[in-house]
Design a protein around this ligand. Structure first.
Ligand code: GLC
Length: 626
């Protein structure tokens, strides 16, 4: 085993050295820091369990394992879904029945009592929240899931710690070594200078990015909440320490590490301190460390920023997986406008990434929905970006006339007018409103919308990620409004306790939960049964109808055409156009389980999703065009 470690250390050394040098090459003690990082990596590898080393070997052979069509992700809070780690293991049959092979558990490490940003204020990277169980139980559940083919994903909240973390406490006690783990300033001179270029992230919480700590008479950098202290990666000792923390996660058996809030890792005066080149260097160090000590581990970036910047984190030497916030936002955009031009143009321009990497596609997550698409594509669709974003917020918070949606506003910035939206998928897609007005036709449309959105993420290139609860069409939970610790954060409206009673009706086709569940399960089966979805490319096509979004998945001679109607009216596509794309007159819609014949036109029902098996005919048509 030493030989294989040595081989990895040698082959990855440059990938490690280069970013460490870029960050700290001008430090007189650069080599000392480099050495301590290598030592940390080696020690973590020595502690790595035999079973995980086996997985390391497998994954080294199959670096793009996450691109397999078998991969279907889900995400949940352990306490809200199951109660604790042990009970989570008991729910394994539910996850397997749905077809889940990847599970992202929301933050589980110790965090302050009361407000803790949903666990994103970590007080201890080594000990879990005692309410959930113990680290040993977590390790056991990770092993159990792995044995059942479910990869565990956990967050690494690396931009900040809670102010209750031991390091922060020592900093508050005046220890200069720990004060250097954070960014703090004795007066307002530098904070004021920085703030000239910063954007507020949580304007409801505090203005600017700094909070005053009278005990040490310092202004502490707090990008998010005042109790979340930003870590100082300009300090090499901190980066070494965090490398150790990350590899601890890897050694628990975590296969995908979600790198939280990566855009904010580096700060430089005169910039907006987002997406700076050194933030990438920091990630490259973590990535190289994982490849050397724990190659079964893959990093996933959480960068909810401009699409051009999102892409820069996706790299074999950085994060091989990335959330796809642009697709998420544009799916909701298409649903509100009933038009798919912006979505198609954006995907044509920006969907392709390094072939060894993959998108994580989602309809919504535990966070708000922000309109994180580029202005150019909004303009290409014929809208003014500023007013269009406002329209979307109004639409999804039910303030626009005729809106079917029931979301809540999140972090409205009165200065810029920017706002984001919170809400469960089903409520945003119209189910809550439809049930309120007790209108079966509206209920039907809402169900179709939920299935449509999931249909796209299930079939497009990358790994789909379902927020558990959405598969049974759970609605908004307004309970947070009466909770002193939560009422100020509307994201809690879409983080309800999992409704196990509702889930019992999942096989009952006469209920919305049954309809949605069975459709999603069917989509997952379709995905895992067809090679057209396995490590296959995605090719977007313009089918000549602006309400319809369409793309092929192609792998060798396997291919499928996905057609998604984003309007509540029936649409048609010219059969000639389809024929030019290599479609035969008679095709099978594998989602509906029906043979269809497109004479002059292909008819698409309101909000219908079609998954047409095209076999080798599309490949042949493409070859002919080439
Ligand atoms: C990420 C998380 C979000 C959290 C923030 C600060 O964006 O997804 O929930 O508030 O980071 O950690």
């Amino acid at each position: 085993m030493w030989e294989s470690f040595k081989r990895r250390l040698e082959s990855q050394f440059e990938a490690l050295f280069a970013p460490v040098f870029a960050l700290y090459g001008d430090h007189y003690d650069f080599f000392f820091h480099l050495e301590t990082i290598v030592q940390t990596i080696t020690e973590a590898w020595i502690e790595r369990e035999g079973g995980l080393c086996g997985l390391d070997a497998l994954r080294e052979e199959d670096r793009s394992w996450f691109q397999s069509h078998r991969m279907v992700g889900a995400t949940c809070y352990v306490d809200l879904f199951a109660g604790g780690f042990k009970a989570l293991g008991d729910h394994l049959p539910y996850l397997k029945e749905l077809g889940i092979t990847y599970l992202h558990l929301m933050p589980i490490f110790r965090s302050p009592e009361g407000e803790d940003d949903g666990g994103y204020a970590v007080s201890d990277y080594r000990n879990v929240d005692p309410k959930l169980g113990t680290v040993e139980e977590l390790r056991e559940v990770a092993t159990l899931f792995r044995q059942h083919g479910i990869s565990l994903a956990l967050d690494f909240v690396l931009n900040h710690t809670a102010d209750e973390h031991e390091w922060a406490k020592r900093a508050l006690d005046g220890d200069p070594n720990f004060q250097a783990y954070y960014r703090m300033f004795p007066d307002r001179e530098l904070p004021d200078a920085y703030e000239r270029n910063l954007h507020d992230v949580f304007p409801d919480d505090h203005d600017g990015a700094f909070s005053y700590r009278p005990r040490i008479k310092q202004w502490v950098w707090t990008t998010f909440h005042t109790y979340q202290w930003d870590l100082n990666y300009a300090n090499p000792a901190l980066l070494r320490q965090m490398t150790e923390e990350m590899l601890f996660l890897a050694n628990l058996g975590v296969e995908v590490i979600r790198m939280d809030a990566v855009a904010f890792l580096w700060k430089e005066l005169g910039t907006d301190c987002q997406n700076l080149p050194h933030a990438h260097d920091v990630l490259r160090v973590f990535s190289a460390a994982a490849r050397i000590a724990a190659p079964a581990t893959t990093l996933k970036s959480e960068a909810i920023v401009h699409p051009d910047e999102v892409r820069k984190y996706i790299h074999m030497d950085e994060c091989q997986l990335s959330y796809n916030p642009q697709l998420m936002a544009l799916l909701w955009d298409a649903l509100a406008t009933r038009k798919t031009t912006g979505l198609r143009v954006a995907m044509e321009r920006r969907f392709q990434i390094d072939p060894g990497c993959a998108w994580v596609n989602y309809v919504r997550c535990h966070d708000d929905i922000g309109w994180a698409f580029s202005d150019e594509e909004v303009e290409a669709a014929g809208f003014d970006p500023r007013s269009h974003r406002r329209f979307l917020t109004k639409f999804y918070t039910g303030q626009h006339e005729g809106s079917f949606s029931r979301g809540l506003v999140f972090q409205e910035n009165p200065e810029t007018g920017d706002a984001r939206v919170s809400g469960m998928t089903a409520s945003l897609a119209g189910l809550e409103h439809a049930i309120e007005i007790d209108d079966p036709a509206e209920i039907e449309l809402a169900i179709r919308r939920i299935v449509l959105l999931h249909g796209v993420i299930m079939t497009i290139g990358g790994m789909p990620l379902i927020y558990l609860g959405d598969e049974i069409a759970m609605l908004n939970d307004y309970g947070f409004e009466d909770d002193r610790e939560k009422y100020a954060d509307s994201r809690w409206v879409h983080r309800p306790p999992f409704d196990w009673e509702r889930s019992e009706r999942r096989h009952d086709n006469s209920t919305p939960e049954g309809r949605v569940y069975q459709s999603l399960q069917r989509l997952i089966q379709l995905r895992t049964q067809s090679l057209a979805f396995d490590r296959a490319e995605t090719e977007f096509v313009d089918v000549g109808n602006e309400h319809v979004f369409a793309f092929f998945r192609n792998r060798d001679e396997h291919s499928a055409l996905i057609i998604a109607n984003f309007s509540e009216n029936p649409q048609s596509i010219s059969a000639k156009r389809l024929r030019n794309l290599g479609l035969r007159k008679t095709v099978v819609d594998t989602f509906k389980g029906e043979v269809i014949t497109a004479g002059h036109e292909l008819d698409v029902e309101p909000y219908q999703l079609m998954v047409l098996a095209t076999g080798s005919s599309h490949a042949a048509a493409r070859a002919a065009l080439d």
